[in-house]
Design a protein. Structure first.
Length: 303
């Protein structure tokens, strides 16, 4: 009896919140052409809004043929080439190994059903990937022109009596710095370095200052006023304190082009199509790319 009750509860929860999506024949052929495995597809939700869905095991594609018969296919297995749709058939109890083929001319409708139900994946508003790629290239070219021409001062920190243990403080990069008057920066961005001074924001940007409930400021200090660097330790949970008094400090003027490995760059957030500016942040294991989104800091993980 308990088994039957659990089964009924499972079926009820699985059906609750079921979402159905649609696409027309042009939407299908434009995306699946040339039999390429897709990671993401666009379709329409029940409100008629154009959205992105991930092509994975959580979605089933139902096609209806001109004879009114319907066939359920696993979305992530769909391949389309030369007018033929090929895919694994959907089986509710175990993975199906049967590959079926259908003529696109016989298909009259497409319907996508979320199989995860209660655990439905979040819908992502539609964005044009090609336009985003063009914008990213344009922005990155602009960054390269702005940040890699001319000269700038660099603060080199070398651990006393040690070889190959150098740290660098550069313009446009992010640092956690503490000064001798106990003021601190949290993901602060170096605005400018001169032969004796550093200008750095107290936060990554104004949004982070709002999140931290403080005024966004640009600090100006003598380089000799820097007392500590806070560097993220391996594992990503705690910070390591680096005392500047343990380092030999050297300020040098260099060409920005020679610092190309430390530039800022733009990249797309694959979850929502937003173009984010990434900057390097100094950690105990070197620089990592970070960006701010909705008053939170995110690391660059590649796309």
């Amino acid at each position: 009896m308990k088994t039957i009750i659990y089964l009924l509860l499972f079926i009820s929860f699985s059906c609750y919140g079921k979402r159905i999506y649609s696409m027309d024949k042009n939407d299908f052929t434009n995306q699946f052409n040339d039999s390429i495995a897709l990671q993401k597809i666009y379709c329409y939700n029940e409100k008629g809004e154009k959205i992105w869905l991930n092509c994975n095991e959580n979605f089933q594609l139902t096609i209806k043929l001109s004879n009114n018969k319907e066939y359920k296919l696993m979305l992530q297995t769909i391949r389309y080439k030369s007018g033929k749709i090929k895919a694994s058939e959907y089986n509710a109890w175990w993975p199906s190994k049967k590959i079926s083929s259908y003529d696109i001319d016989n298909v009259v409708s497409f319907k996508i059903i979320n199989l995860a139900a209660l655990f439905a994946e979040r819908e992502v508003p539609y964005f044009d990937m090609n336009n985003i790629k063009k914008n990213i290239k344009f922005k990155n070219d602009s960054v390269r022109n702005n940040f890699q021409t001319g000269t700038e001062f660099v603060i080199n920190l070398r651990k006393k009596d040690e070889i190959n243990n150098d740290l660098k403080i550069l313009e446009n990069l992010s640092y956690n710095i503490k000064f001798k008057d106990n003021k601190k920066t949290e993901y602060g961005i170096v605005q400018k370095i001169s032969n004796d001074s550093i200008y750095i924001s107290n936060d990554y940007n104004e949004n982070m200052s709002l999140a931290n409930k403080r005024k966004y400021e640009i600090y100006k200090y003598s380089i000799s006023d820097i007392s500590e660097l806070e560097l993220l330790k391996s594992g990503g949970w705690t910070l390591k304190i680096i005392k500047i008094e343990d380092f030999a400090v050297n300020i040098e003027k260099t060409t920005k082009d020679s610092l190309k490995n430390y530039q800022c760059w733009y990249a797309m957030n694959p979850a929502n199509g937003k173009i984010n500016l990434y900057r390097y942040w100094l950690t105990n294991r070197g620089f990592v790319g970070i960006t701010e989104n909705n008053q939170n800091i995110f690391w660059y993980e590649g796309e």
